[in-house]
Structures are given as C-alpha cells and as structure tokens.
Write a protein that binds this ligand. Structure first.
Ligand SMILES: Cc1ncc(COP(=O)(O)O)c(C=O)c1O
Length: 369
C-alpha cells in the first residue's frame, strides 16, 4: 500500500508517483515503557519509508503534483532527508531536479544523492549557526527561481508547498487506524511542517491525541513561543547539531503553534546531549536506530514523564522520523577501533564474551519487567 490509498483525502492527481512509501509500522517499546513507568509506549517507524524518512510522503505527493501540473522540473532546499526523497521520487517521475543542500549536512545525507540524476549544490550558513536572515533569504531565492523557470517548488513546508505537504497528513490517517488509543503524539519540529500535517490528519479523522512539539533547546523557536519566551516563533540563530531541526525561523512556525494549541498539547525542548542519550537508549534496549532528529521525541517524553506532564496511564506515540544511518559521524571512531584478530583467536574471544552472558541475561530480563 502507498499514500495513494488515501487519494480521496489528498489533492487530486491522475497518477501517483510512488516507490512504496507510507503504511509504516507501529511497534511497542516495552523496555523503555517499563523504565519510564508507563503502561504502554509505541513508535511509528517512518524510518521504513523507501529513502529512510517521512519526507518520502511529501516527495511522492509533490512529484505527483509536478507531473499533473506539467512542470519542467523541480527545485528544493534540504538538510538532507527531503533532498534524498526528492532525488529518488524526482528520478522516478522523470522530471529533472535542482537541490540546494545545507553545506554542513552529514555525509550520510549527501553521499546517497550521488547515484541520482539531480543537480546538487551545498549552501553555506543554513545549518548549525544558521540565522533566520540567511534561511529566509535562501527560501526567497528558491521560490523566485521556481517561478522564473516553471519548476515545482518542492520545499517541504506548507508556506511554500502546501499541497505537497498534504502527503504527510497520511501519517495522521494511519495512526488513527493503528493506535486509536494514543493519548499523545510526540513529533520533532524543524520547519514545523511535519507536525502541522500530522495534526491535521489526526483532526480530519477525529482523533483527539495531544500533539507535543519536540525541539533541541539550542534551536527551539516553536517551544519557546509556546512557553511565552519569545514574541513570535522565531529566534535569532540556531545552536544545535541536530540535523533536520536547525531552523531558527520555521516557515510553518505559526501553523505549528496553532496545531499544538488546538490539540491541547505543548512543546518540550531538550539539550543535544539528552537527544543523543535517547538515540542510544532506543538502539540499545529496543533495537531501533534512528537519527538524532527522531530521538528528540524520546528525549522530550523522558522529560515530560519526569515532570509529571505525562502520567503512567497515558499511551504516548513517538514519531521516529528518520533512520540512524543518515548521521553516523559520532559512531565512526568506535567503528575504527574494532578488535582485529586471526581465526585462531576467534574461539577465545567468543568464550570470553559467553562467560559474561549469564549476568547480562539477568540484566536484560530486568529491562523487560
Ligand atoms: C528526520 C527529520 N525529522 C524531523 C524533521 C522536521 O520536519 P519539519 O521541518 O517538517 O518540522 C526533519 C526535517 O528535515 C527531518 O529530516
């Protein structure tokens, strides 16, 4: 199944461009639920989309619309995930594309672009340390270029690409079917578009979960606004290393605020360190490896459970928006230090490891209680 199964609720196109996006699984996180004292905790694995992030839903809708509207090609800016999605779906659609990639994007986000037939440039000043002036300037340039050349504007924000973003409403539709008991949906917010579309999808299906905006404290314009710390959901500059969430002036910030308030949700921000700890926890106790942007949801939930905002009878759902392989830098050093042995040393290594198994079995059993 693909997002086209919701065609009746999406912008009309004669034919969907698809690579099998959507219908991502929801899994339980019993070990983390146990640690937090929650009865239930679930996660929606947007990591399972064809290029590893929820952006495939936007790309599928955008390229379907681009073809419907007989555009000459497409143009987009991206921190990496949207770019890869647009490159894959752009190629699939047969339309040529031009991508402005954040110059500091992790290599794991730029290398996979290489096989595709897409023009890519790196743009300085719009990642860590980005100012709202540079970000807004880049978006304006891209919008003008799209008009000049008859290109589909594939930026993944409602303010720029409203109809394309409707593809993301399908996360809300699917959640309504998969987790009718969800009490809270924890969503990472960068530009704010994911949150806005997901909340709209839930509302459209009359699901009343509270939507929680999750941001790194070094770049949390939406959360700061919700907490009354800034007069508009914009901050001067970004000070976080979380790729995908380095957006000091979110184009969909006001819409995201409205969506959160309407659902009677809130915003929670956490440090980059808390986010990386949450990323590790998901991998080590649940076997789910996500990129830091996705792990902001767990970091925020941990905070909210500790502060009593979420109680043990709740059933939160985390939106795990992007796969772990997209940002591997911090694991490189450990990978370079693998013990290298000859075959005759394998048996003693295994024996040594096995000696410790009994105690780690007990440890694991404890985790799942
Ligand atoms: C993995 C991941 N999660 C979340 C987001 C945030 O989405 P939005 O910019 O729509 O708020 C992004 C944006 O690039 C992302 O790549």
């Amino acid at each position: 199944m693909t997002i086209s199964r919701f065609a009746a609720d999406l912008p009309r196109v004669d034919q969907f461009v698809t690579l099998g996006e959507g219908d991502t699984p929801v899994v339980e996180l019993p070990a983390i639920a146990g640690r937090l004292g929650l009865r239930r905790l679930s996660a929606k694995l947007e990591t399972q989309n064809p290029t590893g992030s929820y952006k495939d839903r936007v790309a599928a809708m955008s390229l379907s619309l681009a073809r419907q509207q007989r555009k000459r090609g497409w143009i987009a800016s991206s921190s990496g995930n949207a770019g890869l999605a647009m490159a894959a779906y752009g190629t699939r659609s047969g339309l040529p594309g031009f991508l402005c990639l954040v110059a500091t994007a992790p290599l794991e986000k730029s290398i996979p672009l290489q096989p595709y037939a897409v023009a890519v440039i790196g743009v300085d000043g719009v990642g860590d340390g980005a100012t709202s002036r540079e970000l807004t300037g880049l978006m304006d340039e891209i919008r003008d270029a799209a008009e000049r050349h008859g290109l589909y504007l594939g930026i993944t924000a409602h303010a720029m690409n409203h109809d394309g973003m409707r593809g993301v409403d399908t996360i809300g539709y699917e959640l309504t079917e998969q987790v009718p008991t969800a009490s809270h949906v924890f969503v990472p917010a960068g530009g704010g578009g994911l949150l806005v579309a997901l909340a709209r999808g839930l509302r459209q299906r009359e699901h009343d979960a509270h939507v929680v905006a999750c941001q790194p404290s070094g770049c949390a314009p939406v959360v700061r606004f919700l907490d009354g710390g800034v007069p508009i959901p914009v901050i001067a500059h970004c000070d976080s290393l979380v790729s995908g969430l380095q957006v000091p002036s979110p184009p969909d910030g006001p819409m995201a605020v409205e969506a959160v308030e309407r659902s009677q949700g809130w915003g929670t921000m956490t440090s980059d360190d808390e986010i990386l700890a949450a990323q590790r926890l998901l991998a080590t106790v649940e076997g789910i490896f996500v990129e830091p942007a996705a792990a902001t949801t767990l970091a925020a939930l941990v905070r909210d459970v500790e502060s009593g905002r979420v109680d043990r009878h709740a059933h939160p759902v985390l939106i795990l928006s992007g796969a772990g392989w997209k940002d591997l830098g911090r694991f490189g050093a450990a990978a370079g230090k693998l013990p290298i042995v000859t075959f005759s040393d394998v048996a003693p290594q295994v024996d040594m490891w096995a000696t410790g198994l009994d105690s780690s079995d007990r440890h694991l059993a404890g985790r799942h209680q």
